[in-house]
Design a protein around this ligand. Structure first.
Ligand SMILES: NC(=O)c1ccc[n+]([C@@H]2O[C@H](COP(=O)([O-])OP(=O)(O)OC[C@H]3O[C@@H](n4cnc5c(N)ncnc54)[C@H](OP(=O)(O)O)[C@@H]3O)[C@@H](O)[C@H]2O)c1
Length: 292
């Protein structure tokens, strides 16, 4: 089985040590990236509200500070910060735009005359979920506010050239500090949709995959190997970790929800052959049953 996600670029003494700014290092995805990258490169990571020792505080809306930080001679500026919960973005489209779109404009201006490259984390929610799978060549047609902000941010980055958009699907696993995925399984019951299909990606595979992909420009997809319903995913995670919750099959949006979710999101690539690990291998790793 491929173990690229347990060793990779940066692991050989001859690999270059880069200076990286990681926006959103305190988050779930950013924490996973931090765990991989900080061991191999010089990384400055940021938090907003979740104070983590070793990270620096930054509010994306503080444009002067964002500009100054991004212009501070980094090789890479990895942007994994913003408003991520779909319901929150739907409830406040203006805030979603201020946190997910405007900072990209500021970052682009900050690095324009430097050698720094922007790597922006985008989402499979730029698609409407009507196709069997999506590659980088497929047309985007977001159905919710979050997806529209990601599409707008992508447009800014792609118009500038020389930068990279990395679209990822639902991420599962355990973060070093933020745990938005496992938090979904924290209650006595966990409703999980049988009518939402995804190819989720395992958190520890993101850092190594990113290091394989960050020399590219344009858009790349990085998806998980296995295609499952949300119900199947949550049930397997519950079983693997023996979590004290009952995963309950659900269909359709909750009555209170104002947010549309694309029914089937499977990311595949025409640009490279990397995929996240299969679900069984990932869950064995998550449960501590395979080497870290
Ligand atoms: N998780 C997924 O399944 C998934 C799937 C597809 C794409 N993505 C993308 O991956 C990226 C990270 O997502 P995530 O799941 O890690 O989200 P998350 O856990 O909510 O983390 C969001 C990060 O953004 C920071 N942040 C929030 N508001 C900020 C502000 N006003 N100023 C500065 N920083 C702010 C947070 O800081 P604090 O925590 O310190 O407040 C945190 O570091 C996002 O671009 C998201 O679209 C995630």
């Amino acid at each position: 089985m491929s173990r690229y996600w347990q060793s990779g670029p940066g692991d050989s003494p001859s690999d270059p040590r880069l200076r990286i700014l990681l926006l959103g290092a305190s988050g779930f995805v950013g924490g996973g990236l931090w765990r991989h990258l900080a061991a191999r490169h010089e990384v400055v990571g940021t938090f907003a509200n979740r104070a983590i020792p070793g990270l620096v505080q930054l509010d994306l809306r503080d444009e002067r500070r964002l500009r100054a930080l991004a212009a501070d001679g980094f090789d890479l500026v990895i942007h994994a910060a913003g408003l991520v919960p779909l319901e929150a973005a739907e409830a406040d489209p203006e805030l979603a735009h201020r946190l997910n779109v405007r900072p990209v404009e500021v970052l682009l201006a900050a690095v324009r005359d430097s050698a720094a490259k922007l790597v922006f984390f985008s989402s499979d929610n730029v698609f409407d979920g009507s196709r069997h799978q999506y590659t980088e060549d497929d047309l985007r047609s977001p159905v919710n506010v979050y997806g529209r902000t990601k599409t707008a941010a992508e447009d800014l980055l792609l118009a500038d050239g020389g930068h990279l958009v990395v679209r990822i699907p639902l991420v599962f696993g355990r973060g070093p500090w933020a745990n938005s995925f496992l938090a979904r399984l924290a209650g006595p019951t966990t409703p999980a949709r049988t009518d939402l299909v995804c190819a989720p990606v395992y958190l520890p595979s993101l850092g190594p995959a990113l290091a394989e992909l960050w020399a590219r420009t344009g858009v790349v997809h990085f998806g998980g190997r296995d295609v499952v319903t949300r119900f199947e995913l949550m049930s397997k995670v519950q079983q693997a970790l023996d979590l004290p919750t009952r995963v309950v099959a659900a269909r359709g949006e909750e009555a209170a929800s104002r947010c549309r979710r694309p029914p089937r999101l499977v990311l595949r690539s025409t640009r490279h052959r990397l995929l996240g690990p299969g679900l069984d291998a990932a869950l064995a790793h998550l449960a501590g049953r395979s080497p870290a």
